[in-house]
Design a protein around this ligand. Sequence first.
Ligand code: IMP
Ligand code: MG
Length: 178
Amino acid sequence: MDIQLKDKVFEPYIEKEKIAAALDELSEKIRSDYDGKKPLFLGVLNGCFMFASDLLKALDMDCEISFVKMASYEGTQSTGTVNEIIGVNENIEGRDIIILEDIVDTGNTLEKFRKQLNEKNPASVKIATLLFKPGVFDKDYTVDYIGIEIPDNFVVGYGLDYDGAGRNIDSVYVIKED
Ligand code: IMP
Ligand code: MG
């Protein structure tokens, strides 16, 4: 059934069962890749909260999790937006980091985040995302763990929002063009 969020209508797109199956596959890959290690997951808020929770529940291994947030500031000059990371308080030197994102679109957000993390000398930095838009991504770093690839359509639900709305929906909906 379609849903209305603010001025837009969305239709069902990825059902709960498909998300759960993707998480089972992802968690199994991560578990075998990090065998004998204790990765530190860094979830990027706000969108990752449901993905992070369900993925880590599916993941049967020793690990830690913390959350970060990107703060955007408008520059005083027309130099664009500067992103700063809030919340990496852990000493990540020598740690195996896995960044958790709800969706990687252009890849801009993680490009900056990766650079800032790498300055703190972790042992490794990988990226896990529930959704990935390969048609939009134009960066040269690798998105290591991808749950589900989708075309370049705006989606909501399962943590993703439309102007703050829809994050609590337990499956993914796509915008309905009229
Ligand atoms: P990127 O920096 O272009 O990769 O965008 C990443 C961020 O944009 C995600 O963490 C989301 O917060 C947001 N985003 C990108 N695509 C969508 C979408 O289809 N629906 C909701 N949010 C999105
Ligand atoms: Mg996000």
